[in-house]
Design a binder for this molecule. Structure first.
Ligand code: GLV
Ligand code: MN
Length: 214
């Protein structure tokens, strides 16, 4: 009886353990992504010839151009921009804010996020699945975390520019940016869905759609 119980437990663990990790663990020292090949079931096939330059990336630094309606600009170092990250389960962003700029509510389906403020004062928050907001204004040198998949945002609460570096436990965390997902999708979400969802009218929904249309 005990051994039947142990086998059931071990079998369950085999199914449960992989769901506890983020990206899968690497099976070799490195596997620089060959972006010309189609992604396989998880990530890119390895490039056959690699050199030192595959493991360095200078595209993260700014200054970035933040003159856009949100006053924010992001340069990502993920597997698509830095293929050396392929299979390593890691990526980073440089996030720069104009005064008053906002990184709008979004979530990363494949990663938790950790961030550090490099410059300025930033109001950082995330929401739990029962709509509790955890938020704080943090300053240069201070860190925050966002658990995987939860909606979060940052707003430049200082007088000048602000800058964050964020890190993710996925080579490609993905981002669901709520305003553009809901109001800028192709094809559009029908107004009947959005007016009922937001308890509003067509004019309001059309106005929002016009701002997020691509
Ligand atoms: C910040 O939230 C980021 O996704 O870089
Ligand atoms: Mn984020």
């Amino acid at each position: 009886m005990a051994s039947l119980f142990t086998s059931i437990l071990l079998t369950l663990c085999l199914f449960i353990i992989p769901t506890l990790s983020s990206d899968p663990d690497p099976l070799q020292d490195y596997c620089v992504g060959d972006l010309r090949a189609s992604p396989s079931i998880n990530g890119f096939p390895c490039k056959s010839l690699v050199s030192a330059s595959d493991f360095f990336f200078s595209g993260l630094g700014g200054p970035l151009n933040t003159s856009n309606p949100n006053g924010v600009a992001i340069s990502p170092a993920n597997v698509l921009t830095f293929p050396g990250l392929n299979t390593l389960g890691l990526s980073m962003n440089n996030v720069e804010f104009a005064p008053g700029g906002v990184n709008p509510p979004h979530s990363h389906p494949r990663a938790s996020e950790a961030g550090v403020v490099i410059e300025g004062s930033v109001f950082v928050g995330f929401l739990t699945t029962n709509n509790t907001l955890f938020s704080k204004v943090i300053n240069a040198g201070e860190m925050f975390v966002v658990p995987r998949g939860l909606v979060h945002f940052q707003w430049n609460a200082g007088e000048g520019k602000a800058r964050l570096i964020t890190a993710f436990n996925s080579q490609l965390p993905g981002a669901v940016v709520l305003p553009s997902t809901l109001f800028g999708s192709v094809p559009e979400i029908p107004n009947a869905v959005l007016t009922k969802t937001f308890r509003t009218d067509d004019a309001t929904v059309n106005n929002l759609k016009s701002k997020f249309a691509v």
